[in-house]
Design a protein around this ligand. Structure first.
Ligand SMILES: CC(C)(COP(=O)(O)OP(=O)(O)OC[C@H]1O[C@@H](n2cnc3c(N)ncnc32)[C@H](O)[C@@H]1OP(=O)(O)O)[C@@H](O)C(=O)NCCC(=O)NCCS
Length: 180
């Protein structure tokens, strides 16, 4: 994707672009920082989670027509990361038309419009790539993410009870979808 500049609510300008192989160190640094910021309650990026090797990184973030990995840069620092991936790419028998999304923003950069801009960017890629439905799985107490998705036209279409067990409690996950 083309890199896109945009202005945050606090006046700073940041850039969104797709992640490249040369971004390995910056991405690992971000993952480390984010997992400590947020802990494990809202996302799968828990503190101490094994960081990807260079090979795993290339496999996950390398170019692939069925997915897009993007990051938001404030100068040389990544402050947000997101992905969209077709769940069942086309094969001989059917056309896969749903894509799953995931996104995160560093805590000190939240409430500035990045989460919303990321959703717009993922949606644009989805439309350009034949996707009809985008889907997020959101832990049930993750109010910022629920609000962000609802404000961008997602609806809650289901719930997965007891999706994960964290700190002695079962956490459910909402399925939120947007028809494009
Ligand atoms: C969810 C998340 C991506 C939102 O990012 P963000 O950059 O703060 O989002 P924005 O600033 O664009 O806010 C989007 C909308 O949600 C609202 N919002 C965000 N956080 C909110 C909160 N805690 N309470 C109420 N509203 C909130 C904003 O006001 C905004 O509405 P507006 O456009 O009418 O002003 C961010 O909080 C985050 O990274 N959370 C941890 C990771 C995560 O939960 N990822 C999603 C997993 S499904």
């Amino acid at each position: 994707m083309r890199s896109v500049k945009f202005k945050l609510k606090n006046g700073k300008t940041v850039i969104i672009r797709s992640i490249q192989e040369s971004d390995y160190d910056t991405v690992v640094e971000y993952l480390e920082k984010f997992s400590h910021d947020i802990g494990a309650v809202q996302t799968t990026m828990y503190p101490g989670r094994k960081k990807p090797s260079k090979e795993e990184f290339i496999k996950k973030y390398g170019t692939d027509e069925n997915k897009l990995n993007i990051a938001v840069w404030d100068d040389k620092k990544i402050v947000g990361i997101a992905m969209i991936s077709k769940e069942r790419p086309d094969n001989l028998y059917y056309k896969g038309r749903t894509a799953g999304i995931g996104l995160s923003v560093l805590h000190e950069y939240t409430y500035n419009g990045i989460g919303g801009k990321i959703l717009d960017t993922l949606e644009k890629w989805a439309k350009e790539n034949g996707v009809k439905t985008i889907k997020a799985e959101i832990r049930h107490k993750n109010i910022p993410s629920i609000i962000n998705c609802i404000k961008h036209g997602f609806i809650i279409t289901g719930i997965c009870y007891n999706a994960v067990y964290i700190n002695g409690k079962w956490i459910h996950e909402y399925i939120a979808q947007k028809e494009l």
